[in-house]
Write a protein that binds this ligand. Structure first.
Ligand code: UD1
Length: 386
């Protein structure tokens, strides 16, 4: 059997790593039955957004890099489709496997299906209901046309059933990203927070701050266009964290390239850089971010993956979004996250509550570190049944 799996952007890497390991393990036991090709679309290309994840998570170099780079969504998707079509015409795989919700999944699922190749979506069925979110469009298209939909939780399975997807296309396999978390927990625990700060600092703030103790600091990540692309939204968030969070505790802000660019455009970057209690860090590697999450008093974020990691680690999480495609991470479903949107009063109220909350780890069903094996099994079974 030939499988082409596709990655494009940072959140894909921790999802593909365990899948590739599962293939390797299967091949060791079954005489290299599966011929696997890894395709990187090249949407993320900086070392810190891509290479460092390949190294830390021991992902083999991509066999093919499509080199699509940055651009508008139409440019990224269009370029990916043109390049990916050439690749699959050449390799003629039995399956194309896509993970998560970045632009690669839309481009590659459509291209695969037009070439009559079976497509499997790992992390299928998530729905935010927010069509203003590019990822929601990617998810809807990929799930509509894929042959095999592997869901991370039962809520996602229900979403697919409610959309009329036949049962035989759906398998509840669990959350593949948690395979990576479980595998790397100990390695991350061994890191030193103060070394992470020193080595990844954008500025010199760390020199003026005492060594950080366990749960004495907050961590923030922001990158969604809805939070960072307009001054009206971004500036009040920046004011809140500088004036209120930073006067309570040190705040580590790991800065995404998009957000850094927007802070510079809005003339806010200098102020962020010079605040004495704000530690501005470059985008971190997987292990470094996991270590911060394991030790933070709370996380403020608009990332989907961090909401899930906070749930498993129990870190109180303020999700700066009005909706989430991952409701299982919300407190009302037993998780660690609360939606605060980008309204400062909401953010403040939940921030004050989170400050007094203790860490409460949760394990949703099948977030057990063995999702990748179940995903591969589902693909192999599908072949047997059809
Ligand atoms: C993408 C994903 C998003 C995911 C996020 C994680 C889509 C629709 N979005 O958004 O779901 O949560 O990745 O990071 O696929 N840039 C660099 N270096 C890079 C990559 C990007 O400097 O290696 C800069 C470029 O200026 C680019 C901007 O970041 O224009 C945004 O990158 P892009 O890939 O368009 O989307 P993300 O916001 O990263």
């Amino acid at each position: 059997m030939k499988i082409v799996s596709v990655v494009g952007a940072r959140p894909n890497f921790m999802k593909i790593a365990p899948f590739i390991k599962a293939i390797r393990k299967y091949n060791e036991l079954n005489g290299n039955d599966i011929e696997h090709h890894l395709v990187h679309t090249g949407q993320h290309y900086d070392d810190r957004m891509s290479r460092s994840f390949f190294e830390q998570l021991e992902i083999p170099d991509a066999d093919i890099n499509l080199g699509v780079g940055s651009g508008s969504h139409a440019e990224q998707v269009g370029r990916t489709m043109m390049e990916f079509e050439r690749v699959i015409k050449d390799i003629k795989p039995d399956w194309v496997v896509i993970v998560g919700d970045v632009n690669a999944i839309l481009a590659c699922s459509v291209t695969a299906k037009k070439e009559h190749i079976k497509c499997c979506h790992i992390e299928a069925g998530l729905r935010s209901g927010d069509m203003g979110m590019p990822e929601e469009i990617n998810r809807l298209v990929a799930d509509r046309i894929s042959d095999l939909l592997l869901t991370p939780d039962r809520l996602s399975t229900d979403n697919l059933k409610n959309e009329g997807v036949p049962d035989k296309k759906i398998r509840f396999t669990g959350n593949i990203m948690i395979d990576t978390l479980e595998k790397n927990r100990q390695k991350a625990a061994n890191l030193d927070i103060n070394e992470i700060i020193k080595e990844n600092s954008v500025n010199e703030s760390w020199k003026g701050i005492n060594k950080l103790a366990q749960e004495s600091f907050a961590v923030m990540t922001l990158h969604r266009p809805s939070n960072v692309d307009t001054r009206e939204v971004l500036e009040p968030i920046v004011r809140f964290v500088l004036d209120e969070v930073c006067s309570d505790m040190p705040l580590i802000w790991t800065i995404h390239p998009r957000t850094r660019k927007m802070l510079e455009i809005f003339g806010l970057f200098g102020e962020v850089m010079s605040h004495p209690n704000l530690l501005l860090l470059e985008p971190l590697g997987y292990l470094e971010m996991l270590k911060l999450n394991m030790n933070a008093r709370m996380i403020l974020t608009d990332s989907g993956g961090l909401q899930e990691e906070c749930t498993v680690l129990g870190t109180p999480c303020l999700t700066l979004r009005w909706n989430t495609e991952r409701p299982i991470t919300l407190m009302e479903h037993g998780g660690a996250s609360v939606l605060v949107g980008n309204n400062i009063n909401n953010i403040r109220n939940e921030y004050l509550r989170a400050k007094n909350k203790s860490r409460q780890p949760v394990k949703p069903e099948l977030w057990d570190g063995h999702t990748a094996e179940r995903c591969l099994e589902a693909i192999l079974d599908f072949k047997a049944d059809n």
